[in-house]
Structure formats: C-alpha cells, structure tokens
Design a protein around this ligand. Structure first.
Ligand SMILES: [Zn+2]
Ligand SMILES: [Zn+2]
Length: 641
C-alpha cells in the first residue's frame, strides 16, 4: 500500500500503482468525470499514469491553470492529428499550450494554408474528438524514436530527438497520430467539445532566421460550446476596446517613428486625462503624509553601481550617455529609487522623523525589444506614480495598511471592483537567495499578511515569489471583460538601505537602518491609462473626461448663447467645447457620440429665448430641458460621487 496526501491534508491508503483517475473515482464519480490531469509531488502527470510510491496528489480540472494548460497542449496534438488526416505528409515542429489556447508549428511542404481552411480543420478536430481516443504514453528508446521519425520523414522531430538523452524519451498516441512528447495529457479527446483556429503566423524553426520558416497555427478549444462563444465575444469586445484603437480615435496619445518606438506622445486630451489622474492621486498622497520631490531623468554611473542596477541590468539597459569630459558616464534612469535614497541622505534622520514618504511622478526609461512593444502597456519610457517610504521596522505594518487604503481608494474611484492581492514571500528552503536578516523578513512578512487580513483583502500567498530584496504585495485587477491586469504594487526592500548606507538615530541614540518600501498604486501612468481605457471602453468617469460637455448650436445664430454657456460652465471648472461647424444637428450629435463626450448640450431658438439647454447624455439619450443651474448641480453631484 502507498499513502496519498490530498491538498486538504487528508491521507488515504491505496494499492501501489494506483492512478490519479482511480483516486478521483474513489472520491466521487462527478470529480472523476472532470479530472484532466494530476499534480504528483509538484509535477503534472497524466491522470492514467500509475503512482508507485507515497505521494502528494492534487487532481487538476478545468478550474486549475495547470489543468487548462494540459488540456490546451493536448488540443495541439488533436489539431496535428486533424492536419495529418487532411494533409498527409505534413511535418510537425512544436505545439505548446499558451496562456489561452495553443499553437503548433507546421511544415506543409508546397501547400500554403489560409484562414479559409480553418473550418475544415476545426470540423475534423471535433470529429476526431468524438472518438474519445485515449492519449497513450509510451517510453521509447532513442534508436526506436529515430527510426519512427526517419521512416515518417519528419526532420523536425529528428532534430528534437537529437538533443534528448536516451531513456528519457516518450511518445504519445491518440487515435492514429503519434507524437514525440514528454506530456502530460488529458485522459482522452472526448473532453474537447469546441475548437476554433484563431490565426496564422510565420515562425522560423527553433527561432533561427537561417532555418526554414514554418506555419504557426494558433487555436483554442473548450469543454463546452458555450464557453467558446463567450470567449469569442470577449475577443470581439476587446478589439473594440483596444486602447491603441481608442487612443487614436479619442486623440489621447500617439507614437511617431521619428521620435522613437515605444515612446508615447501624450496629445492634449490625453494629457488632460493624465493630469487629472495625477492630481487626484497627488491630493490623496498629500493627505496621507507624502512629500513631493522631483529628480532628473539621468543619473551618474556611480549611482547605479551603488544601487546594484548597473551590475544587474547594465548590459540590457540603454547605452551610457558620455559627456565631453573624459570618463564621465550617465544613464537614463530605469527607476527612481536610487535618486530618492540620495534625497533621504541629504540630512540626518531621527526615529521621530520616520516615516519619510517621498513621492514623485518619475519618468523612467527601460529597454524593451521592438517586437515586445505594445501600445501603452509595453513602452520604453514611462512615468511611475512612484513613492518610497523610509520607516522603522516596527512601522512596516502600519505603512502597509496606509498604502492599501490608498490603493483601494484609487480602485474605488475608478470603478475597479474585482481584485485580489498577491502576497509574495521568500522560499524558506532557499534563504541564501535573499538579502536581509531572518528577523526582518519574519517581521515584514507577518506585517504584510496581517495588514492584508485586517484590510479584508482577498489574497493569494505565493511562497518563493518574493524579490531577492524583500517580500511584496501586488494587486491583480479584473477588468470589465474579466481579463486580469497587474496594477498596484507595494514592496519591502532591505537591499537599497544597505547599499546606500541609509541611517536614522534610534531612541537608543544608536544608528539603525531604515526599511524602504516602494509603492505605486497605478503602476505606471501609461499602463494604468491603457487598462482604464479598455476597462471603461473609453467612457471615462465624468471627473476624468478630458471633455465633459459639448455644446451643439442648431445654427450659427445661437453661437453667442453657446459661448456664454461655455464660459459659465468653465467658471465652475466644468470643461468642454462648442461644435461651431456648419453641420446638421443630427450629424453633430452622432460625431459627439463617437467621441464619447459625456454630455451634449443642444441650443436653438427656444433654449436661447428661455435661457435653458436641451441635454443629451452619452449612451443614455435625451434628458430633457434644464436650466444652466440645474445642469451644473447635476454635474457637480456626479463628479463628487
Ligand atoms: Zn504533448
Ligand atoms: Zn522604487
């Protein structure tokens, strides 16, 4: 008999050679129907693979990320089987799972695949899936593996086998298709109920431009047809909300190849939006005891030698900026922390002065490969809503609670309601990887966990995910489409205070090291604005809208009245514009709708005579006639909510 420990800590006895599927069956038939694979002592295995010794077993279903990955990788095999059936002689490269879906790199010889062929392949996949063919694992010798793929004439698999040690090679067969694979796989193809091929791309074999370009086919599958429908809906909606598209349409930001890739240009409307966000956070920070600082965009090489960034990132980051003076080198700053450490050091600090909270909307530059750049979410220059808190070890928890309050205030004001906090702790079995004393780590980790619990945060704890310099807390936000984004972060740092020899005088009159906390509720202005655009589909909360109203005069006779109205609203800090174009009112309304301007104020003969306005709200339609005063009150009420 062997002992199997389940995730809830319970231990069950089974015969040696039991499979995870049989374990599932012994618990409940319903569970067994949903088991895709199992984690055995931390490694994902086929549910049908015999377990020979005492083990910790976690059954994986569609609800587990690793279950999904196994499912999607198995779907890549199914697609390959379909391709081989439809296009005999096809050769296969690699076919891994992705975060969503999978791909397979394929050599079709002379045939060129197009998206017109997708339907036929999808249908074949489902036809094959219905046979409920098991994925059968078979260890093979290297010689047999070479013989099989030599006979098949698949030079890509042979190229892969070449690097594998004999004795480690396994084949997987489902139906009539056999692949070289280390697995794991789902029990059988019957779990795959819906399949969709998404796109095609070229991919050089092994990423080597001197070798053959294969066809990469992206696909996705689901255990229910309705899940595929839902997924495709989200993709369609995401396309409409793509911040790159909306950023252009709403004239928020732009990129210019002349200026440089990955360097956003904020247009007037985008700048107005960004400044409102900045002011909003700055105001909250002042209330929370932060002091604003400004530091330069570059720093002397020695600054980064001291901070350790030079050693760690030197080669990957931008090249040094050399001055005419010999030997002098500067770098574009990759982060604001070293500058802030130097600000901390400008005067002696006593325990009574702490915490010192230095905030800066600091623009930093980091090298990203051009292929990695993506709208505002992956850029080479961005502005962090950065701050560094220098505190005593006994203040860490309180400071964490205050930062959590600030982050939640930001999320609340911007309509992010669904979020979880990830607490990243160090790996207790590998302590040498980390800097700082055991005592301080214990203190900080407990402080973070307690602070998160006292604030009622929904948290996941990830052991071993801490940075080498300290534990951290990251906020993952779900947007309106259910997509996850990492936004705010709070990190404890024992490293920089050490490297910069930061000190304060304690109540014992001795010198002590302060603890440093990095935090950024938005993450960066660029990334946050991108997420915000996609979350609200460009319909910003009224207080953030770059243009809150547009006045639409029915004809030029009412322009003076429109100007008077506009001035009056602007005096109350409500901003907007007037559509002076010689266009029909219907056209003006349609254009304002496209620009997602929250309020349209229509003025014609009746309105001008009575000193009133006809109000339309974006997405809601006609709100009827109002006096200016009534409208102002409505706006002010909406902005302060
Ligand atoms: Zn496989
Ligand atoms: Zn920092």
């Amino acid at each position: 008999m062997i002992s199997i420990t389940l995730p809830d800590g319970s231990v069950r006895e089974y015969d040696k050679g039991i499979t995870s599927m049989q374990i599932a069956q012994s618990i409940s038939e319903g569970l067994a129907r949903n088991v895709l694979a199992a984690e055995v002592n931390g490694e994902v295995w086929d549910a049908s693979r015999p377990i020979e010794a005492d083990s910790a077993v976690k059954l994986l279903t569609w609800n587990d990320a690793k279950g999904k990955a196994t499912y999607w990788h198995s779907s890549a095999h199914l697609m390959a089987e379909a391709l081989e059936a439809l296009y005999p002689g096809t050769k296969f490269g690699i076919g891994p799972a992705l975060e969503t879906g999978f791909y397979y790199d394929v050599d079709f010889g002379d045939k060129t695949l197009s998206s017109d062929d997708f339907k036929q392949i999808e249908d074949k996949m489902i036809e094959l899936a219905k046979t409920k063919s098991e994925y059968i694992r078979k260890p093979v010798s290297k010689a047999d593996a070479i013989e099989y793929f030599t006979e098949k004439g698949d030079e890509y698999k042979l190229d892969l086998i070449k690097d594998l040690p004999d004795g480690s090679i396994t084949f997987y067969t489902q139906g009539g298709f056999t692949d070289l694979c280390r697995g794991p796989h789902i029990p059988n193809t019957g779990f795959i109920k819906a399949a969709k091929l998404m796109s095609l791309a070229g991919a050089y074999w092994r990423g080597d431009e001197s070798r053959k370009q294969l066809t990469r086919i992206y696909g996705v599958t689901f255990p229910k047809a309705s899940e595929l429908t839902e997924y495709l809906h989200v993709i369609e909606e995401a396309k409409k909300r793509d911040h790159r598209k909306l950023g252009k349409e709403l004239e928020l930001f732009a990129f210019s190849e002349k200026v440089g890739m990955g360097l956003p240009l904020w247009l007037p409307k985008g700048t107005a939006l960004r400044e409102r966000l900045t002011n909003f956070l700055q105001k909250a920070q002042v209330k929370a005891g932060y002091e604003q600082v400004i530091t330069p965009h570059i720093g002397h090489k020695n600054l980064y030698v001291t901070s350790g960034h030079y050693e760690k990132y030197g080669a990957d980051s931008f090249q040094p900026i050399k001055t005419p003076q010999e030997g002098e080198e500067f770098f574009l700053k990759p982060m604001n922390c070293p500058h802030h450490c130097e600000i901390y050091k400008t005067k002696p600090r006593s325990y009574k002065d702490l915490p010192v909270r230095l905030a800066e909307f600091g623009t930093v530059y980091r090298y990203e490969q051009s292929g990695e750049l993506h709208g505002l979410t992956r850029v080479r220059g961005f502005t962090q809503d950065d701050a560094h808190l220098f505190c005593r070890p006994d203040q860490v928890k309180e400071e964490f609670m205050k930062v959590i309050d600030l982050v939640l205030y930001v999320f609340g004001a911007l309509g992010f309601e669904d979020y979880i906090a990830q607490v990243s702790l160090r790996d207790p079995n590998n302590k040498t990887k980390y800097i700082g004393t055991d005592e301080n780590w214990a203190l900080a980790e407990t402080a973070i966990i307690e602070a998160a619990a006292e604030k009622g945060l929904r948290t996941v704890v990830e052991t071993g995910e801490a940075a080498f310099y300290g534990p951290k807390l990251d906020f993952m936000v779900k947007d309106a489409l259910g997509r996850k984004w990492q936004l705010g972060t709070i990190q404890v740092d024992y490293n920089l205070p050490e490297r910069f020899e930061l000190e304060y005088t304690g109540s014992d009159n001795q010198k002590h090291r302060p603890v440093m906390i990095h935090r950024a509720p938005f993450g960066s202005m660029e990334r946050f604005v991108a997420v915000l655009i996609e979350h609200c589909a460009g319909n910003f909360p009224l207080w953030l809208s770059p243009e809150q109203f547009i006045i639409l005069p029915i004809s030029e006779k009412y322009e003076d009245y429109a100007k008077k109205l506009s001035d009056e609203l602007k005096d109350s800090d409500i901003c907007g514009l007037i559509d002076f174009r010689d266009e029909k009112i219907g056209r003006k309304i349609r254009d304002a709708e496209v620009k997602k301007i929250p309020y349209m104020l229509i003025v014609g003969e009746k309105e001008a005579a009575e000193g009133r306005i006809s109000v339309r709200k974006h997405g809601q339609g006609d709100l009827g006639s109002m006096s200016i005063e009534e409208f102002k009150q409505q706006i002010i009420k909406e902005i302060t909510v």
